[in-house]
Design a protein around this ligand. Structure first.
Ligand code: FDA
Length: 389
């Protein structure tokens, strides 16, 4: 069969690309349903973009690469599409936009758009082999157990990264890129919880508080959540993308709490109160129990000198921890690294050395922060390739 364009992967990027590439486009996916990650994203409400999306919210070996695509299909373009389809949305926090109803509305909207544009979608279809020809590409597919061969001028790699293999993530795009001698930068799990050895934080599982997490590269002020296996919550997921195996992280448990002043004041008024009792009025009790051991807190407020209170605050704002690892691709929201941006045009996403071969979405070495940035990259890069085709 002859198609102008074959898109591998009916996720966020692939469907968006098909919408702009239009008729003569076939999208294939091995899953039963398109856009499965959209469906489960944002707790079922899909954090579909971020009002403040810009290049600084993305990690890549080339931090400038994402600029062109983001500028030509912005968060406001996607919001306009949502509004056109009458899908209600709201800002949750920090510019993060979520559906009022269900993420399934976003999937349905994109599939409708794909069909309206005249593109076709084949599900439960896997790729058997790809060969380059004078006219483009010759691709063998397995559709529901039957072999299908496709000749196409353009081939778009949109099969995402390796995160959550249970959802059908395979790393296929990286294998095809290597087949065509495109570079693939080191891939690793991003936006992923940290683990700690010996159930270190097990007694704290479920405790949450605002915190500042940092390392020498960056810092994030968002919620911190203790889990049975270690640390999670937005601040942790954000920092995980900037963390390397074996490195320390710094946790500030009191980024906005004027603890020193509060304890000094209370020392005047309630000097006979236990230090830990006072601390439990300001911070989650189970955390204070844990810190009592960790920082060897004891005595009444009146027993604490200014220097001792200052020392306590320093420990609270500069807690050094060494994660033993992360939960890995099993729970990572994204894959860092991927198809090297040097090999691609930032305007069209086309491989510089292989005309007609494109890579978009998470498969490319562009990874967003938590907060709707990854979908924005999928929409923007899908648009860039789809309009160039
Ligand atoms: P995506 O992974 O969406 O699509 C790839 C498609 O290719 C899939 O349909 C897959 O089945 C198919 N495929 C893979 N291998 C194949 C093969 N060998 N043969 C055929 N088909 C194959 N981001 C965000 O901005 N806001 C959010 O709220 C969330 N929430 C979120 C929650 C969870 C639990 C996860 C795991 C991730 C998120 N993300 C997110 C990240 C976001 O889902 C992700 O960045 C985008 O889905 C990437 O879009 P792509 O289209 O590139 O890949």
């Amino acid at each position: 069969m002859l198609y102008q364009t074959l898109i591998l992967g009916a996720g966020a990027a692939g469907i968006m690309c098909a919408r702009f590439a239009g008729s003569g486009t076939l999208v294939v996916d091995h899953a039963r349903n398109p856009g499965e990650k959209i469906r489960i994203s944002g707790g079922g409400r899909c954090n579909f973009t971020n009002m403040y999306a810009e290049a600084k919210n993305f990690l890549s070996a080339n931090p400038h690469f994402c600029k062109s695509a983001l500028a030509r299909y912005t968060q406001w373009d996607f919001i306009e599409l949502m509004d056109k389809h009458g899908i209600a949305w709201h800002e949750k926090t920090l510019g993060q936009l979520f559906c009022d109803g269900s993420a399934k509305q976003v999937v349905a909207m994109l599939v409708d758009e794909l069909k309206d544009a005249g593109a076709e979608l084949w599900l439960q279809t896997s790729v058997t082999s790809i060969k380059r020809t004078d006219q483009g590409f010759f691709v063998t597919l397995d559709r529901d157990g039957k072999t299908q061969t496709i000749t196409c001028r353009n081939l778009v790699l949109a099969t995402g990264g390796k995160s959550i293999p249970k959802m059908g993530s395979t790393g296929l795009a990286y294998d095809i890129a290597r087949q065509f001698d495109l570079p693939v930068t080191e891939t690793r799990p991003g936006l992923v919880p940290f683990t700690f050895s010996e159930d270190r934080f097990k007694p704290l599982a479920g405790v949450a508080l605002p915190a500042r997490l940092s390392n020498e590269r960056t810092s994030f002020d968002e919620a911190l959540l203790f889990t049975h296996r270690g640390l999670s919550g937005p601040s942790v997921l954000q920092l995980s993308s900037y963390w390397r195996e074996g490195e320390d992280i710094t946790v500030n448990l009191i980024p906005e709490l004027p603890l020193y002043d509060l304890l000094r004041e209370q020392r005047q008024v309630e000097g006979r109160r236990d230090l830990t009792t006072e601390m439990s009025r300001l911070l989650p009790g189970r955390l204070v129990d844990h810190l009592t051991q960790e920082f060897q807190l004891k005595g009444r407020l009146a027993d604490q000198s200014d220097a001792a209170l200052q020392d306590l605050c320093n420990k609270m704002s500069n807690w050094q921890l060494t994660p033993s690892g992360t939960e890995g691709y099993r729970t990572a929201e994204v894959t860092l690294g991927g198809i090297g941006t040097d090999a691609l045009s930032s305007k069209t996403m086309e491989a510089k050395s292989i005309p007609g071969l494109y890579a978009i979405g998470e498969a490319v070495d562009v990874t967003g922060w938590l907060g709707g940035f990854n979908f924005q990259w999928a929409w923007s890069s899908g648009h860039a390739a789809g309009t160039a085709i």
